[in-house]
Design a protein. Structure first.
Length: 579
């Protein structure tokens, strides 16, 4: 009997010790049925080095987000395949030399980040991740890509920078119909395959710092390309080498590659005929270039007029520098939102910029637009006590204080966090934290003291734009950098020109909404007879008019005027005319 009791006691002690070895974070996640788990940093790394990763992790089948980063993880168990609900898997900054084949079981995975490891290969099973949208395998030791990568039909973003990859052939099989961003900086790539043209959704291609000697003419057939970076490559064509080094713009680079890039070998022709054809081709090319120049959209910049002559100036008061110091403004003149879906697309473009990397969900910069006819000048950019700021938020009809609005928004963010069982508030609410710890908040006020903008939270309903607005005041603010404000404004003007100057009946500017029909109806065709563009015509060409706005200190010193001569330098397919 004593021996039996002793045995039971030994087993219970052993089970207690095993339970005590389970990691607190994992036990808590299991207990609370969490969907997210983050295991990062030196403390996690020490535990992994000492006793390995707690295998209880692989029983958390409800997880949809798992991050094990900068944790010195040497390997990943095949049991990772049990976490079938994973949508995001981040394994950045570890010591992984291989990935288990069981990763192919993660059928709903949309993001896989294995950057900054020591991977030499990617498993063939990777091709089974039919929902994968983003793959980051940068900063590894990869010497090639698996053939199965061509099966990732939904792949949109691929980063394979800082590896030893020599060929891009597996990507160019014609199956990656949604690949829009390909970054392959610092590899050993020697050739851009002629089949690169199969990547018809490609918008950004960065193959800088490789061993590429020639560019195929077919690269210019990637019709959606907006960014091509090929610097630090040993091109045989010196002119092309200079063109890419000087960053003259994607259009100039692609135009040159289209004409002078390498082509598939064709049957030989008699020298005399070849010479004649060459001459005719050159003449045709010249005519095409002239036609393209005439077809370019135009953005016309009007210089700042003195405020006594109707010029718009924003006065920045003391105190705002410690909260949100940077503001840039300009005016869009003679816009036409009445036609087709222009107004909806303009709003969508603004929202996409807010969500994208430039604004980073409003944490880096925030855009506000105002109907100029509803704004009472002059404007002041200042700080006030939260209770003093009274504003009717956009889309609402009741005036509230900034204090009450922030309390309400924080509660909504926290309720959403609890509902989704997150540790922190979601990315879309991160901008609320920018005002934490500040006793005063920034605001843009009109001459009567009314608040028309409360960045980065909202602008006022009293100056909101509508389909009937024809002059628009645009404001971009940031707590981090003036250059960010200018980049965001540049991007918004680029998009505005594409939307507002869209040729009638052609649909040249792609819709921001994939489900949206941008083809004009009969009403639009009739409107086209009197309005060929959203702005004005200069010499028969379509033109969007942008007027400078001056931002000054209280004492009158110039802080910034936008757009200045150094702005709008990288506009794509848009000719900038300055007064």
């Amino acid at each position: 009997m004593y021996c039996y009791l002793l045995g039971c006691r030994y087993r219970s002690t052993r089970l207690y010790k095993m339970a005590s070895l389970s990691w607190t974070e994992i036990v808590q996640a299991q207990k609370e049925n969490r969907r997210e788990l983050l295991l990062n940093g030196p403390q996690i790394a020490q535990r992994i080095v000492r006793s390995g990763l707690d295998r209880t992790l692989y029983s958390l089948e409800l997880l949809n987000y798992l991050e094990i980063a900068d944790a010195s993880l040497p390997d990943l168990s095949e049991d990772i395949g049990k976490l079938v609900n994973l949508v995001n898997l981040v394994l950045r900054g570890n010591k992984l030399s291989t990935l288990p084949s069981a990763v192919g079981n993660l059928k709903v995975l949309r993001l896989l980040d294995v950057s900054s490891n020591v991977l030499k290969t990617l498993p063939d099973e990777l091709g089974e991740l039919s929902e994968l949208h983003t793959l980051d395998a940068s900063r590894n030791d990869l010497e090639g890509l698996p053939e199965s990568i061509g099966k990732l039909h939904r792949l949109s973003v691929l980063n394979i920078s800082s590896n030893k990859i020599e060929s891009l052939e597996p990507l160019c099989t014609g199956q990656l119909l949604h690949l829009s961003e390909l970054t392959g900086v610092k590899n050993a790539i020697t050739v851009i395959p002629d089949t690169i043209s199969h990547l018809q959704a490609l918008k950004k291609l960065d193959l800088s710092s490789n061993k590429i000697a020639e560019a195929p003419a077919s690269l210019a057939d990637c019709t959606k390309l907006k960014d091509v970076l090929l610097t630090e490559n040993p091109f045989r064509d010196r002119r092309l080498g200079k063109l890419v080094q000087q960053s003259r713009g994607t259009k100039a680079t692609l135009d040159y590659i289209r004409t002078h890039g390498t082509k598939k070998s064709a049957p030989e022709e008699k020298p005399a005929k070849a010479k004649k054809k060459k001459g005719r081709k050159k003449a045709a090319s010249t005519g095409s270039d002239l036609s393209e120049d005439l077809d370019k959209l135009m953005l016309r910049v009007l210089n700042f007029k003195d405020s006594s002559d109707g010029g718009v100036e924003v006065i920045v008061k003391e105190g705002v520098a410690s909260v949100r110091p940077f503001i840039v403004c300009c005016i869009l003149r003679d816009v036409n939102f009445q036609k087709g879906t222009r107004f909806k697309r303009f709003i969508t473009a603004q929202n996409k910029l807010h969500d994208g990397p430039l604004c980073a969900k409003r944490t880096k910069a925030t855009i506000a637009t105002h109907d100029l006819s509803l704004v009472k000048f002059p404007l002041t950019y200042e700080v006030k006590e939260p209770a003093e700021i009274q504003i009717t938020p956009l889309g609402r009809n009741k005036c509230t204080s900034a204090d009450a609005l922030m309390t309400q928004l924080r509660k909504e963010a926290d309720d959403l966090r609890k509902e989704s069982k997150r540790n922190t508030v979601s990315g879309i609410h991160k901008y609320l934290e920018l005002l934490d710890g500040h006793q005063k908040y920034p605001c843009l006020c009109d001459r009567e003291g009314q608040v028309i903008s409360f960045p980065p939270i909202t602008n006022a309903d009293i100056t909101k734009i509508s389909r009937s607005s024809d002059h628009i005041l645009i404001e971009v603010t940031s707590s981090t950098d003036l250059a960010v404000c200018k980049k965001v404004m540049d991007a918004l003007l680029q998009r505005s020109a594409e939307i507002l100057l869209d040729s009638p009946g052609t649909g040249t500017a792609a819709s921001d909404d994939p489900d949206e029909d941008v083809n004009p109806g009969p009403a639009d065709e009739a409107a086209a007879a009197t309005d060929s563009a959203g702005g004005r015509e200069v010499g028969g060409q379509r033109s969007l008019v942008v007027e400078q706005v001056r931002v000054s200190g209280v004492e009158g010193s110039l802080k910034v005027v936008y757009p200045s001569r150094t702005d709008l330098q990288d506009m794509t397919d848009i000719k900038v005319i300055r007064s």
